[in-house]
Design a protein around this ligand. Sequence first.
Ligand code: DI6
Ligand code: FE
Length: 412
Amino acid sequence: MKPVINEFPSADGLWSGIRLATDANVEGAIVVAQGAIRWVGARSALPAEFAGLSQHDGGGALVTPGLVDCHTHLVYGGQRANEFAMRLAGASYEEVAKAGGGIVSSVRATREADEDTLFAQAASRLEQLLADGVCAIEIKSGYGLSLEHERKQLRVARRLGEAYGVTVRTTFLGAHALPPEYAGRANGSGDYIDLVCNEMLPALAAEGLVDAVDVFCERIAFSLAETEQVFKAAKALGLPVKLHAEQLSDMGGAALAARYGALSCDHIEHLSAEGIEAMRRSGTVAVLLPGAYYTLRDTHLPPVAALRAAGVPMAVSTDHNPGTSPALSLLLMVNMACTLFRLTVPEALDGVTVHAARALGLHDTHGAIAPGMPANFVLWNVREAAELAYWFGQQPVRAVVRQGRIAIGGNA
Ligand code: DI6
Ligand code: FE
């Protein structure tokens, strides 16, 4: 497939007729040179040396940094609308999983699909996320659960980044579920975790396919001890860790992850006070996933007020996956984070920009518009920033500058 990125015009030049979300009452200006931010500020303060550059007129649009979706399972085969129907008829997520549905049914479909099929399916989902202003995205493995099929997922993730000119961070989630071929064994879980740590992870890391390592630490997935075994293997390879922690119960996963300097702990509906304190000390980002909360009709809210009081940075993400969050709009998650979790609008917008970038270790290059950073920003057809959280089901994007190119709205 021909890379899509090559068709995008350069964003170099002077962007005017815009209002920066940080100071929306005055006209702003951004200078892009060789794909990077050269200068940003009020139009009235623009240094004379930039005034003659070729101009992009933003038509009064509001500008934010490019969005960062810091937790997705975007690459998988098939879909699971049937389980959605089962849950509507009363089955719980855990019951669906025990009945042979759940993650394992996506594993079957992912193993059956070849790389190009997976690419095509994930590409159409990616295009929808990008249409919402996403400029960087995390993509996890975890639906292959064998070396061959995890590799296939991660290779597709890398190819998506190259084709669309979007920053992709790959996360190895081999410890997502027990593969069916291990399910009946006496020590199936232990044997599988040994395979994850001793064979799959080292091989995939050596192939340059792994930017971080994640575990689903939960009653229906892997124990605290198994999680620590995976973290040790990651650390031995110099890879950062993150964790699906305390989604359905308090397993003490966040405190463990914090001890390993985790980039983020994600879900955390059942996070304890000790977990919050551990995350604060280690600088771990709390990733809130309102799409999964909503889909599962969860009622146990994440401890947002306590996270806020502790000063733990909060990110917001789609958790796009076929089981618990078939969400294809990060802006909708901004709305839900405010409506369901009571984030303020600035918190929710920081949650999909600066803090989401931190959750991926990308804070030097994404989540802000600052001199020296690659040019990633979005022009929105709104008057004020609160509208980005207020409307839902609307697509207010006017233009997207991604990695220094005008990926959407090329006439701007
Ligand atoms: N937590 C989740 O919410 C998803 N994975 C995970 O570890 C669910 C994935 C699925 O149901 O396919
Ligand atoms: Fe997830």
